[in-house]
Unconditional design. Structure first.
Length: 87
């Protein structure tokens, strides 16, 4: 029972929280020149297999996996900064 709840928590954390944080960070840092993928099939249709980003209509598009990586890294950095400041 506990394992199923933990798996659900990790799934939600990675597939929603990290992805949206990563998309927001990339969009803000690139001033809108890069964006996250809009649909789940956009990377499969327009990008190469295993690509972390691709170009569509002259705009760089990040896949959900790369956005999750950026969001996860940002959360780790913020967590470490919080620990360092409260230490």
């Amino acid at each position: 029972m506990f394992e199923m709840l933990f798996e659900l928590l990790i799934y939600v954390l990675v597939n929603y929280v990290f992805v949206y944080i990563g998309k927001a960070i990339v969009y803000a840092l690139t001033l809108g020149h890069w964006r996250g993928e809009r649909g789940a099939d956009e990377a499969r249709i327009h990008g190469a297999a295993g690509a972390l980003s691709f170009v569509r209509d002259g705009q760089r598009v990040l896949t959900d996996r790369s956005a999750a990586f950026v969001g996860g890294a940002a959360c780790i950095v913020l967590g470490l900064a919080w620990v360092a400041l409260t230490w």
